[in-house]
Design a protein around this ligand. Structure first.
Ligand code: GLN
Length: 323
């Protein structure tokens, strides 16, 4: 019966991927980082991994892509593990901005004064400065270790993407100087930005994203080894941040129409977490799973056009919303 169910689910997903792949015309590949412009706008791939090793994989799966903003979730998690939740939350808030991820509009208005949340650039750059270590490589070591534990191999930085972003990102430098002026940064601005650009350039696949999603769904515990990889209280804050701030200034719509914690990146990736729900008895495999999506054509907010359509359709068909 499980086998039959799986085959049935696989066929559904294959059909939906084929359908939504043709619906990217309203989107555009990110071009503000020159290297990202080379992506195929019509690519669409998805991996769903449940507990017990059950997997559904469909579409363009042999693309690897830079993790971009999805790394903000992981650096926040690492910072909380290494420095303590209280310490981090005194320095970055947990409120959505309703503005673009790299907006400078909101920088002066939060009270108490600190960046609004770790998933917009001002908060993420601050978090990069709070990571332990004096160099970007030292700072990123625990992040690589965390990823390795989850995805089973040590991911690599795409040097071309890194250089491309480093040499063009004037906005992030402007944000960095503002943070420096306000005294938010704990490490040298150059090292902080290098850390941020490098973490955004880590190469991953939809399979990797689905594995990360599954660990978050499972309250930070690795589903195979039972090892606690992320403390439950850290995983919980990460998921609430994803739900309220993870899809940029479209987070409210995503929460309403899809209803699961997710984080997108400008290379077209989406990390999504489907929490366990007793109601899904007829599809037990989907009861607590991770989803990774890749579709580089983006909407105005910077989210994958086809990726959002696909997730919305899947979440509604299979009743995945947490609400
Ligand atoms: N590297 C990107 C930037 O800071 C990450 C942004 C994103 O994925 N939204 O501009």
């Amino acid at each position: 019966n499980t086998e039959k169910n799986k085959q049935w689910l696989q066929e559904y997903v294959d059909n939906w991927v084929t359908f939504f792949k043709k619906q990217t015309d309203t989107g555009k590949v990110a071009d503000y980082i020159p290297k990202l412009e080379e992506a195929d706008p019509d690519a669409l791939g998805i991996t769903i991994i449940g507990k017990g090793g059950m997997q559904i994989r469909s579409g363009d799966l042999n693309h690897s892509f830079s993790i971009q903003s999805i790394s903000k979730v992981l650096s926040f998690i690492v910072a909380c593990i290494d420095r303590g939740i209280t310490y981090i939350l005194q320095r970055v808030d947990v409120e959505p901005t309703g503005e673009a991820f790299n907006s400078i509009m909101h920088l002066q208005i939060n009270n108490p004064k600190r960046p609004f949340n770790p998933l917009v650039n001002s908060g993420a750059i601050t978090v990069s400065s709070l990571l332990n270590g004096n160099t970007s490589d030292e700072k990123l070591e625990p992040l690589f270790n965390l990823m390795e534990k989850i995805i089973g191999y040590r991911p690599e930085i795409d040097v071309d993407v890194y250089v491309s972003e480093r040499d063009t990102s004037m906005r992030n430098r402007a944000i960095g100087y503002y943070l420096l002026e306000e005294g938010y940064l704990e490490s040298d601005l150059g090292v902080t930005l290098e850390t941020y650009f490098k973490q955004c350039s880590i190469n991953i696949t939809t399979d990797d994203l689905a594995r990360i999603g599954l660990v978050l769904s499972n309250d930070g515990i690795h589903p195979d080894t039972e090892e606690i990889i992320i403390p439950k209280n850290v995983a919980r804050i990460a998921k609430s941040l994803m739900l309220t701030c993870g899809m940029y200034d479209a987070s409210g719509k995503f929460a309403s129409y899809v209803g699961i914690p997710a984080k997108s990146g400008v290379s077209g990736g989406i990390l999504a977490v489907v929490p366990p729900r007793v109601r899904n008895n007829d599809l037990p495999f989907l009861d607590g799973c991770g989803i990774g999506v890749f579709g580089p054509a983006l909407d105005k907010q910077g989210n994958s056009v086809a990726g959002i359509k696909l997730l919305r359709h899947i979440a509604n068909s299979w009743d995945m919303s947490v609400f």
